[in-house]
Design a protein around this ligand. Structure first.
Ligand code: NDP
Length: 452
């Protein structure tokens, strides 16, 4: 017999055809909530599940801009304002050619649960554009960002919706977007996070997602009286999250051995040390080069180009821990099986939904420590919220203060998620714990606010 949750999922599928990643996220989260909605009929009566799968507002707009050769381009801009029950909308902007409504709805949906787990007062949103900043000049990126903000500015604000960065949106893009917002509105406010330290940013914001993922892995390992010291770690990606994951892993005595980009991955069995990481940061953030150049620079390492196939050889390298930090669905069922059989005991998701449903099922069934993105990568949005707090106070906290709060937030997310998983009969299942804990906070607020 079809359960209530099954029928809600079927209705969401009917209503959102072709939105593959969004439907994947709903199919992952909602079955975890069956026991909660069965026990509390008020959620069903108020149609909380149905409401949470429908954005409060979606804004889609034209972004015209001119390239260096004088040619006009038209991109599509989006902001999905998913849920504001517990605070102003908050979530990143992604600039990548694969961006479309279904991708941003998945990210906004995940963001609602993630933001609720941080214990801070922030709702969920996501936005971006199908613009590809790769191989574009600084002038082209600036003109695109200015055009994007010329429409977006009317939909955001420090008490309404506070975007941040994501794939393709780093410090440079946040600077251009903030400059344009200020120019149009004549207001210097905390409307964006990820700002530079000299102009309203917070210490540790660039580092927060990567550091937070490592703190979450430490918390998981501590439950088995273990630590990251001496552990060999696979890291994918080589952008913001990957770089600061590697930085913190080096600091705690682990040995990161891989990095990747869309062209392939590098494997350095000697370990990526501080000096090599500084070189990667310069390569990626200043020279905007490709990760294959690492293998040309450092002897003993190798580059493996990306190739179509049923698995990614990065995830077959023997290691103790994996930190997928590039993009969604980068670990499929075969990759997950390879990771488990080559001895990986900890998977901590720096990226959003990097594991396919088949992969996630294998991780959960195997009993390894598996930290899903909405818990493990929540450090970024948590420190973004601390940036909002500092902007409101017109003050700036020290690096030590922010790092201490980040540690404590990651620790409380871990405790909460573990406790809820145990309460619902599946101790150690961080996926179940994160989905239920995030849901309960948002659903309670939605009922109390009774917005019908
Ligand atoms: P960046 O743009 O800084 O880096 C992304 C990295 O992933 C690059 O190395 C990029 O390679 C690679 N990548 C992106 N798309 C693909 C793809 N389709 N196939 C292969 N490689 C790809 O982004 P972030 O580091 O900020 O984000 C990484 C992940 O972390 C995303 O899933 C994001 O949603 C998530 N996240 C980020 C947060 C943040 O604070 N920044 C917070 C929470 C989650 P290339 O340059 O070749 O495209």
């Amino acid at each position: 017999m079809r359960t209530y949750v099954d029928s809600v999922i079927a209705a969401v599928e009917d209503k959102n055809p072709g939105e593959t990643e969004f439907l994947q996220a709903v199919r992952e989260v909602y079955p975890c909530l069956a026991a909660v909605v069965d026990a509390r009929p008020e959620y069903r009566r108020a149609k909380i599940l149905e409401r949470m799968a429908e954005p409060e507002r979606v804004i889609i707009f034209r972004v015209p801009w001119v390239d260096d050769a004088g040619e006009v381009h038209i991109n599509r801009g989006f902001r999905v304002q998913m849920n504001s029950a517990i605070g102003p909308y908050k979530g990143g902007l992604r600039f990548h050619p694969t961006v479309y409504l279904g991708l941003l709805k998945f990210l906004a949906f995940e963001q609602v649960f993630k933001n609720a787990l941080t214990t801070l007062p922030i709702g969920g949103a996501k936005g971006g554009s199908d613009f590809d900043p790769k191989h574009r000049s600084a002038g082209e990126v600036r003109r695109f960002c200015q055009s994007f903000m010329t429409e977006l500015y009317r939909h955001i604000g420090q008490f309404t919706d506070v975007p941040a960065g994501d794939i393709g949106v780093g410090a440079r893009e946040i600077g251009c977007l903030f400059g344009q917002y200020k120019r149009i509105t004549n207001q210097f406010s905390g409307v964006l996070t990820g700002k530079g330290l000299e102009w309203g940013g917070s210490a540790i914001r660039p580092e927060a997602t990567g550091y937070g993922a490592v703190y979450f892995a430490q918390e998981m390992l501590a439950t088995r009286r273990d630590s990251l010291e001496g552990k060999t770690c696979l890291v994918s990606g080589s952008g913001n999250v990957a770089q600061f994951t590697v930085e913190k892993l080096i600091e705690v005595g682990a040995r990161p051995v891989t990095l990747s980009d869309s062209g392939g991955f590098i494997h350095d069995p000697d370990g990526i040390d501080r000096e090599k990481l500084d070189w990667v940061m310069e390569l990626k953030n200043v020279r905007r080069g490709r990760i294959r150049q690492y293998a040309e620079q450092f002897r003993g390492s190798r580059f493996v180009p990306a190739a179509p196939g049923d698995s990614n050889p990065l995830w077959s390298i023997p290691a103790d821990c994996a930190f997928p930090s590039a993009t969604q669905n980068e670990i499929n069922g075969k990759d997950a099986a390879n990771l488990i059989s080559s001895g990986v005991a900890v998977v901590t998701e720096g990226a959003n939904m990097p594991t396919t449903p088949e992969g996630a099922e294998l991780f959960i069934a195997s009993g390894i420590l598996y930290g899903p993105g909405k818990a493990a990568n929540a450090g970024g949005v948590a420190v973004s919220c601390l940036e909002m707090a500092q902007d409101s106070e017109h003050l700036q906290w020290s690096r030590e203060q922010v790092d201490e709060r980040l540690r404590s937030i990651m620790s409380s997310i871990h405790s909460k998620v573990s406790a809820v998983a145990a309460e619902y009969g599946q101790p150690g299942n961080y996926v179940l714990g994160a989905n239920i804990a995030g849901f309960l906070r948002v659903a309670t607020a939605m009922l109390a606010e009774d917005v019908l």
